[in-house]
Design a protein around this ligand. Sequence first.
Ligand SMILES: [Zn+2]
Length: 326
Amino acid sequence: MRHKLFISFLIVLGLFAAGLPLLHSWGFFAHKQINRIAVFTLPEDLIGFYKENIEFITEHAVDPDKRRYAVNGEAERHFIDLDRYGVSPLDSIPKKWDDAVKKYSEDTLKAHGIVPWHIDVMVRRLTKAFRDEDFDRILRLSSDLGHYVADAHVPLHTTKNYNGQLTNQRGIHAFWESRLPELFSENYDFFVGKARYIADPLSYAWKVVGESFAAKDSVLLFEAELNQRFSSDRKYSYENRGASVMRVYSEDYSTEYNKMLDGMVERRMRAAIIGAGSLWFTAWVNAGQPDLSRFLHRKISPQTEQELIEEEKIFEQGKVKGRICD
Ligand SMILES: [Zn+2]
């Protein structure tokens, strides 16, 4: 119920206050699904541990978005505006952080988003947590890593036109990543196979944002085209969400858009799921495959519990720190 309210909150913002920095992530619904299903990609030695903690991994899949309210420097971890770097950004941007800083400066990189580098950092942090056998950190970092991997799979997380604000398509961000999965994900095929070892997480992260970038033109152009064919009374409809009535993209319009995308949202969700599982697995392997059976029935420490409560409080006060995308 609660997360439904958040989703509708995001959709409404998407439609009426587009451009606000809240929109930069799969909707809460899709993030939670991605982390939850990623658990089932894991091999035998890991799946028991993750299954036992699946509620935490699911529920906290959205912490990084909530943290944008509390933590300076969080915002830029969720995206990279590749089109800020010329016509073939994937050739221009050095893949390694230090080389990229030399070429563009740290401020520039942060201003345009750092998701591929941050995924790499997170894998190393999670590896260390496994090595230290630090239960709380393993859970928190796994949840967070799943989030950033998922964000990197969203085409609109790789462009400065992240919410269609430059092409008069405001709201498209939440439309693609919240509305479509909400309406159609129950028909998606989430049998994605088994997690695999990823020898070079940084290259993997670059590959993912490259694919997202390649898809972003379709995301924008198809919707612009569809918009020509629908009058606004057919484009939008009104739905009861909790206590309020909200304007959303109509089911007809959403169905038509989903058809034009030809399974893109499903493909990106599937790739995000296998990616999240694979990077959890990779971190565990890199840590020397520690035996996790010692954590059986373990609970999060009161201290971490308290931290989470504090973060939630700040989130509910609702002040975003820093810029998200533009
Ligand atoms: Zn995000």
